[in-house]
Write a protein that binds this ligand. Structure first.
Ligand code: PBG
Length: 338
């Protein structure tokens, strides 16, 4: 007895097989058929900066450091040499306070870092300044606490101070990451009022309340001392709400849109792509770096292959740029491929 009837055999013969493997046959053909590219200029390097003491290794992120004003120039030169031409800055203040006022201090840590980078790189390096309070507040939340909750509008007033101060120091792009309602509009207005109409805003428009920020919070010392961020960051279950957040931020004047975490929001990036008519940035967060770092260290797979696969997938989903802790490593790998 045969599995297929005489008729079905004839049918399969008469229907030609689609030969998709034709373009997979050689490295050159695969390059020819490639839909998505990765280059060093796609990467945005996150940097942590502090004022005091030596640069410090970040225990949760091997190979990453809290840089100081003395060590920052070398990192910037290294990035430029590899073709990585944008950085996003996170400050670790000398002292944290309930209102997080070092975030808008004229000589705050990020402000000084911006000036330090400008001195080294001039306008060759695009400087994004993360605009939030969690690294600066003693309680670790992203804004002003009122009755155990972050007060939206009181927080916006402080974000505008931080944004103005970062713009004054010379930031190219302000990146509000606090997920407050009306944040982009408030910052845009305050920048324009102060004469910083040329400074752009890249909004963390869709930012989920994710455990994948764990290593970052260790790096920045910004774990909330009580409670969690579910009152302002988005529920991981919600995609339509992400679309609303993105639309609203564009209406408020965001020049670029950030989605994070990237790897667990590839659907959101793909959904955003047709509606976002400006740079779309996926933030491959510290936990994504940790997936690759720890799993490859344990022998699960090859670090380089896994990191490049992840970065490519984020680009393929629709992101123009990727904020990644692999920026320098990946730029080096790309250089070796050439
Ligand atoms: C908030 C901010 C966070 C990250 C970027 N900006 C932390 C948070 O929301 O708790 C996380 C990034 C990462 O995990 O790499 N200032």
């Amino acid at each position: 007895m045969t599995i297929f009837s005489e008729e079905s055999r004839q049918l399969s013969v008469s229907r030609p097989t689609e030969r998709l493997r034709r373009l997979r046959a050689t490295p050159a053909l695969r390059r020819f058929a490639r839909e998505t590219s990765l280059s060093a200029a796609d990467f945005i390097l996150p940097l942590f900066v502090r004022h005091d003491g030596e640069r410090r290794a970040i225990p949760s992120m091997e190979g990453h450091f809290q840089e100081t004003m003395d060590t920052l120039p070398a990192r910037i030169e290294e990035a430029l040499a590899l073709g990585v031409t944008s950085v996003i800055l996170f400050g670790i203040p000398t002292t944290k306070s309930p209102d997080g006022h070092e975030a808008w201090a004229p000589n705050g840590v990020v402000q000084d870092a911006i000036r330090t980078i400008r001195k080294v790189a001039g306008r060759d390096m695009v400087i994004l300044a993360d605009c939030c309070l969690d690294e600066y507040t003693s309680h670790g939340h992203c804004g002003v606490m009122v009755n155990g909750e972050v007060d939206n509008d009181a927080t916006l007033a402080l974000y505008t101070l931080a944004a103005q101060s970062q713009a004054h120091a010379g930031a190219d792009v302000i990146a509000p990451s606090g997920m407050m309602d009306g944040g982009v509009a408030a910052i845009r207005d305050s920048l324009d009022e102060m004469g910083f109409s040329t400074v752009a805003i890249a909004s963390y428009a869709a930012k989920f309340a994710s455990c994948l920020y764990g290593p970052f919070r260790d790096a920045a010392g910004s774990t909330p001392q009580y409670g969690d961020r579910h009152g302002y960051q988005m529920d991981v279950a919600n995609g339509r709400e992400a679309q609303r957040e993105i639309t609203i931020d564009m209406d408020e004047g965001a020049d670029a849109i950030i989605v994070k975490p990237a790897l667990s929001s590839l659907d959101i990036i793909a959904l955003a792509r047709p509606i976002v008519d400006r740079p779309l940035i996926g933030y491959s967060v510290s936990g994504e770096w940790a997936f690759v770092h720890h799993a490859s260290a344990a022998g699960a797979f090859d670090r380089r292959t896994a990191a490049m696969e992840m970065l490519m997938a984020i680009r393929r989903a629709g992101a123009d740029r990727v904020i990644t802790y692999f920026a320098l490593e990946a730029a080096q790998w790309l250089k070796e491929e050439r």
